[in-house]
Design a protein. Structure first.
Length: 306
């Protein structure tokens, strides 16, 4: 573990003991307890009319995807002409294709599967975009494009292939935790997402305690399956989301409120679900909050321009 971390010219003193201590505090999720019900395992919903019009969507997608992407994609839809003027039509249309077809798999009529359209045509043109723009929630365009044409079983849950979301900042996952299969392809990008987020917050002047809070959300912000594989659960609440945003510098607060809807999280007095030991994150984990960083660079650019 490095004793000093440099982030874009800003030096953060992180001695080995404090870094290890932070990692230990991040993933305290092995005890039994409760989590909050986010949705049924195979719940699907239609995006808003503005997103349906922008993307040409006619079918529903997994409900949690629809909810968490809503504000970011709506902002991109409103500012699409600005993107075209700045990055050109080839890049902008490629991004639109990947966002729409790579972000909204279509649920079958019986809600048993979710299928990604083929969006290879958009993927082939992402090379015309700056690398910092063509980043999708910690994943490169090439990684997202691997989803093209894939089909996922909405009623199936599976373990993640790695023992941790980020070995640098997160503790090991609870041993028996499982995730919806449609979520698994996004998990490898979360480690990079946490690192990029820490750098961005440091550059923006966020306090060390705020950076720690958002690092913790990166480790715990992943919806997971209930032990009976009937529900999708999470440990994050509306109140956690508001608390995390409020610790940020004012400019970042304004941006996050353009792209993040805290109401998608359950209220702290909402429906709870018992979680056996080692089968998921629970209320014993340090409470944190999640923001949608889908295409964060694009949304940052649009916020400054609109």
């Amino acid at each position: 573990m490095h004793a000093i971390e440099k982030t874009h010219g800003i030096q953060l003193n992180l001695d080995t003991n404090s870094t290890v201590r932070e990692r230990r505090e991040t993933g305290k999720a092995v005890l039994g307890g409760y989590a909050y019900v986010r949705s049924d395992i195979n719940s699907c919903s239609l995006p808003s009319s503005s997103i349906r019009n922008f993307c040409g969507i006619t079918k529903s997608s997994p409900t949690l995807l629809v909810r968490h992407q809503a504000k970011s994609v709506e902002l991109i839809a409103r500012g699409f002409s600005t993107l075209q003027a700045r990055f050109g039509s080839t890049c902008s249309n490629a991004i639109k294709t990947v966002i729409c077809d790579g972000g909204y798999p279509e649920c079958s009529s019986d809600f048993s599967t979710a299928t990604y359209k083929s969006f290879a045509s958009g993927c082939s043109k992402l090379s015309s975009c700056p690398a910092s723009i063509a980043n999708f929630d910690g994943q490169s365009g090439a990684q997202v494009c691997q989803l093209s044409g894939k089909v996922f079983d909405l009623k199936k849950c599976a373990k993640y292939s790695s023992s941790s979301i980020s070995s640098a900042y997160c503790e090991n996952l609870p041993y028996n935790i499982t995730f919806p299969t449609w979520l698994l392809p996004a998990l490898p990008g979360r480690g990079l997402d946490i690192s990029n987020l820490r750098n961005a917050l440091s550059d923006s002047g966020a306090s060390s305690s705020c950076i720690t809070k958002w690092t913790r959300f990166g480790c715990l912000n992943i919806p997971f399956c209930s032990s009976d594989k009937q529900k999708i659960l999470g440990v994050l609440t509306h109140q956690d989301c508001e608390s995390a945003i409020n610790c940020l510098p004012s400019h970042d607060q304004a941006l996050l409120r353009q792209t993040t809807d805290c109401s998608v999280f359950p209220n702290s007095n909402g429906q709870k679900y018992d979680v056996p030991p080692n089968q998921g994150f629970t209320n014993h984990a340090w409470p944190v909050a999640m923001g949608s960083f889908l295409l964060y660079a694009i949304c940052s650019f649009l916020y400054c321009m609109l």
